[in-house]
Design a binder for this molecule. Structure first.
Ligand SMILES: [Mg+2]
Length: 120
């Protein structure tokens, strides 16, 4: 069975892009959330193998959401989804426990490579 992924991003289009790339590569999307707060709740509910986490979101940003998820589950695996120019925030997220990052616009091979490596 495919590994379970939770997609957290406030942009429906970005969630759709990721979902498309991941499902074509045998991952199972167990949940989607549109902000960090809902993402943390979805993590508890769906217990995914890995989370893709956008950085800039309303309610709770991706960095705070990583901190909250890591506080709940120290072994949680999270890949940050960043845009160009967000390097300082990516570094902060990695320091908070995120395992890797991918950059928008998505390159499907890079998305799969990053997620597979973190799950390995
Ligand atoms: Mg965003």
């Amino acid at each position: 069975m495919g590994k379970k992924v939770l997609i957290v991003d406030d942009a429906a289009f970005m969630r759709m892009m990721l979902k498309d790339i991941l499902t074509k590569n045998d991952f199972e999307i167990v949940g989607e959330a549109e902000n960090g707060k809902l993402g943390v709740a979805a993590y508890q509910k769906f217990k995914p193998d890995i989370v893709t986490m956008d950085i800039t979101m309303p309610e709770m940003n991706g960095i705070d959401a990583v901190k909250a998820i890591k506080a709940l589950d120290a072994s949680a695996k999270v890949v940050m989804v960043s845009a160009m120019g967000q390097q300082p925030m990516v570094i902060e997220a990695i320091q908070a426990g995120a395992n890797d990052f991918i950059v928008k616009p998505f390159q499907p091979e890079r998305v799969i490579e990053a997620i597979s490596k973190v799950l390995a």
